[in-house]
Structures are given as C-alpha cells and as structure tokens.
Design a protein around this ligand. Structure first.
Ligand SMILES: [Zn+2]
Length: 96
C-alpha cells in the first residue's frame, strides 16, 4: 500500500499548484493520487479552495498537465491489467 507516502505527497501540494515542482515530482504526485483516494480528495479540495481564493486560476494549469496525467493513468492502468488480466479499481474503498 502506498499510504506511507501520503504525508510526503500532501506536503508538496502547494509546490504542485504553484508550478514549482519539477516533472519527476509531479509524476510521483499524480501517480500517488491515481492510487490514493484520500490524497485525491484532499488535492481537489485544496485546489478548489485555492481557486476560490483566486490564487490558482484554470489557465494557470501547466500546458502539459493533461500529458502528465495521461501518462500516469496509462501506466497505472497498464500495470493493473497486467497483474490480473483485466482492469481493477484502485484500492480506495476504505471504511472506518
Ligand atoms: Zn495518499
């Protein structure tokens, strides 16, 4: 499970949104979000709050954002298919 990385990932949220993180850091960040519902939810909330505050606007999203996310999603989907022969859902259905 990738959850030991959550703290590290969430610590980078500001850098990611500010565009100060390099491509490797962003790939790792979005790769983690693809596997981790908690961080994905947190990232969306954080981004929405920042957007509402006028700090990050939609046009501030890096031009290669879709490219990066596409590469991450293809990589994670491919590995899921390879392991079990058909696509699986991310292990994010956690109860407390
Ligand atoms: Zn996480």
């Amino acid at each position: 499970m990738p959850f030991s990385a959550c703290r590290d990932v969430l610590a980078r949220v500001s850098d990611i949104l500010d565009g100060e993180a390099g491509l490797p850091a962003r790939l790792r960040f979005h790769g983690h979000l693809a596997m981790c519902d908690r961080c994905r939810d947190y990232y969306r909330q954080f981004r929405d709050v920042r957007a509402a505050a006028g700090v990050v606007l939609p046009e501030d999203v890096p031009a290669d954002f879709d490219e990066v996310m596409g590469a991450v999603l293809r990589a994670t989907q491919k590995s899921s298919v390879d392991q079990v022969g058909r696509p699986t859902r991310a292990p994010g259905h956690r109860r407390r």
